[in-house]
Design a protein around this ligand. Sequence first.
Ligand SMILES: NC(=O)c1ccc[n+]([C@@H]2O[C@H](COP(=O)([O-])OP(=O)(O)OC[C@H]3O[C@@H](n4cnc5c(N)ncnc54)[C@H](OP(=O)(O)O)[C@@H]3O)[C@@H](O)[C@H]2O)c1
Length: 314
Amino acid sequence: MGMSALYGESDRGESIATVHAALAAGVTLLDTGDFYGMGHNELLINEALRTAPAADREKALVSVKFGALRDVEGGFNGVDGRPAAVKNFAAYSLQRLGVDHIDVYRIARLDPDVPIEETVGAIAELVQAGHVRHIGLSEIGAETLRRAAATAPISDLQIEYALITRGIEAEILPTARELGVGVTAYGVLSRGLISGHFTRDRELGAGDFRAMSPRFQGDNLTRNLDLVDRLREIADAKGASVAQVAIAWVLAQGEDVVPLIGARRRDRLTEALGALDVVLDADDLAAIEKAVPAGSASGDRYPSDQMAHLDSER
Ligand SMILES: NC(=O)c1ccc[n+]([C@@H]2O[C@H](COP(=O)([O-])OP(=O)(O)OC[C@H]3O[C@@H](n4cnc5c(N)ncnc54)[C@H](OP(=O)(O)O)[C@@H]3O)[C@@H](O)[C@H]2O)c1
């Protein structure tokens, strides 16, 4: 996402090199949305896959979100989960990605006007026809997850989950586990906030999501960066970076939780991959919990108008 939108400037050559480096290092999951830069990100993935060594390209799984409606000024205009729209979105994504199937296809947000059974049913038809391999979901709550899973097999739920974003632990994660649905955790670094690289004086340009995110504002930012300082003490003691500990914490939540990391540059990717070597034992996890207890983040994870669109927050 950050290679095409929402986190300020990015460098196309570096983005492609980062995807290539990720594939070469054994990363297999590439996540995108058709609305990330209005097709920009899918075209970027197309180029990255086309120019990658064949062996790396063949291992790559592409997960695509659809449904978010944009306007020409870049604003968001609701969600469309109608079956005809699902098939229309898929037709354009296949073309932009330059692939003959999408590995995981999911609506980005529940369309409040379309029963989830209809949206998932349309993706199931795409699976039947061979255009999609697996059905995913994004930011939906436990009840919707049950209804979706009763309609067709669901591979995974993509949802924000991080050391400072623990909302799914009460109901959504147990429900996913009960239903055998995997979790793809995004925002593992809370969009850079708990990466250890974010500073108070960082300038955020217009259109940067973080310029509007409650967690990055005023006193909230100060308190959240205080949490990062506490985490840094633990990271230093482990000989790891803050980002690595934050990623390792999500990795430690279970084999069914896959951290999706928004690295936009090769140096960030290298750091993120280093988390695979950070093993957190029970004492480490207890120390982390003490330093950054569940619920200690200041500010909601989205601005209020966007929180209202999250079925997962109802
Ligand atoms: N389903 C959904 O609703 C949803 C919503 C949002 C995102 N997503 C998906 O999840 C992916 C990851 O989300 P995200 O980018 O918001 O999450 P993230 O991994 O929490 O944050 C990524 C940001 O952290 C900063 N960072 C600092 N050190 C890093 C390191 N070592 N490795 C990686 N990043 C580092 C980078 O900012 P700088 O580059 O500015 O330093 C980067 O832009 C997105 O690309 C998107 O595919 C899904």
